[in-house]
Design a protein around this ligand. Structure first.
Ligand SMILES: [Zn+2]
Length: 155
């Protein structure tokens, strides 16, 4: 099966990532890639750059109504990337009651809901999932909490 991005202007499949623009005049990074820099206004001074695939939840809401075929509820969040880019994206792979401001998340490519199921072309979109080592950290904290006090210190 051939995979294509649902929008080739904002999503790269190889390597996987979101396409932003870096301004050659002021250095600001923005998303999506535009013809002008939203920071300094320079025209035709941006070149394409792949954004970081990891970010942090700035804010979020739980969406309870959406047209088919989207499944509700889902998490819609503002995510801050290290490049000072804040973007709006869906978060999946975590229960709606478990998401929180400050949660570390990472980009993941996912089949687009609106694709034609009879097509041989798979359209890929993107969403963010909790960062892989986030759950591992929670597990290790839980384990530490259950270690008897005398077992953690040195004699
Ligand atoms: Zn600029």
């Amino acid at each position: 099966m051939t995979s294509v991005p649902f929008r080739s202007d904002i999503l790269s499949l190889d390597p996987p990532g979101l396409k932003g623009g870096v301004c050659t005049a002021c250095g600001a990074v923005s998303f999506p890639l535009r013809r002008f820099c939203p920071t300094c206004g320079v025209l035709d001074g941006l070149r394409e750059t792949l954004l970081s695939n990891e970010g942090v939840v700035y804010s979020y809401t739980i969406v309870h109504q959406a047209p088919p075929p989207w499944q509700v509820p889902y998490i819609l969040a503002y995510i801050d990337l290290p490049e000072q880019v804040r973007l709006l994206a869906r978060i999946a792979g975590v229960d709606t009651s478990a998401v929180y401001v400050g949660m570390a998340v990472q980009l993941r490519l996912t089949p687009w809901e609106l694709r034609d199921p009879t097509s041989a072309i798979e359209m890929l979109s993107y969403e963010f999932h909790p960062k892989a080592d986030e759950s591992a950290q929670l597990t290790s904290h839980d384990e530490l909490a259950h270690v008897p006090a005398g077992m953690t210190g040195h004699e």
